[in-house]
Ligand binder design. Structure first.
Ligand code: F6R
Length: 245
């Protein structure tokens, strides 16, 4: 894994935006894998800035989001559909028919997972997958003890993820208990991976992901096996790896 260090969250976001923008400039029809959560918000702001400056055109780009809560309709303000609309889609020019997010409101979740995998295949896979990192080392909603061989699937969220995500909801009881998520197999099939991590609460997971054994107990550790994975990490999140180095 290539490790790029950044001073702080803002610099991490800028460096990430240059990597994403350069992919789109080099291949205007590229397929991007997108994440939600706090981590990529700065990256999305920077991409909007580059778009407004006329430096990047997203009209040929296709996107696939990593995940969506089960049971939330796309219109629900807490859904990842709403998040993407607010932080990225409404500000740039990716055509609506090119944007894909699992449908959390699907009646048949299994069929929705299969449909999503097929769509990714039809798009010839993901060129660049952006990832955030959970405090427990999860990527997407692939929680510790995940099966590495899974494609898009229905996941039960762990208590620690429910608690971490409660900040986005009015109260903890509103946090959905399950989600649809790309699996490790889907993520590892992306041609390039860009993992972002900021803040001291990610330092332990970063240590495991970069220096620990490759194990389902820390899902992000599998990225050590990816041939083209880059981590951009700020000073706080890299504290544990710098101490050991
Ligand atoms: C989001 C996702 C999650 C987050 C992770 C970190 O689509 O799949 O894996 O990337 O939970 O969340 P933040 O960035 O809020 O710390």
């Amino acid at each position: 894994m290539r490790i790029v260090t950044a001073k702080d969250y803002d610099q991490m976001s800028r460096k990430a935006s240059y990597i994403v923008a350069s992919r789109v400039i080099l291949n205007p029809k590229c397929v991007l894998g997108l994440a939600t959560g706090d981590t990529p918000k700065g990256l999305y702001n920077e991409l909007v800035r580059l778009f407004r400056a006329g430096d990047v055109d997203f009209s040929g780009v296709t996107t696939f989001n990593l995940d969506e809560y089960a049971g939330l309709s796309p219109e629900n303000p807490q859904s990842y559909h709403s998040y993407m609309e607010e932080h990225l889609f409404r500000h740039i020019n990716i055509p609506p028919e090119h944007r894909h997010i699992p449908n959390g409101a699907a009646q048949n979740i299994g069929a929705e997972c299969r449909r999503y995998e097929e769509l990714i295949e039809q798009a010839h896979g993901i060129d660049l997958q952006i990832l955030g990192l959970g405090r427990d080392g999860h990527i997407g909603f692939n929680e510790p003890d995940v099966k590495f061989e899974k494609g898009t699937h229905h996941v039960r969220l762990t208590q620690s993820t429910i608690e971490a995500n409660a900040r986005f909801f009015e109260n903890r009881d509103e946090v959905p208990k399950s989600a649809i998520s790309m699996g490790i197999k889907t993520i590892m099939s992306a041609r390039r991976i860009l993992l972002l991590a900021s803040g001291s609460e990610k330092a332990e997971a970063i240590r495991g992901a970069v220096m620990g054994a490759v194990t389902p107990d820390l899902p992000a550790s599998v990225l050590q096996l990816h041939p083209n994975a880059t981590l951009i990490v700020d000073e706080a999140a890299s504290a544990e790896i710098m101490r050991i180095k």
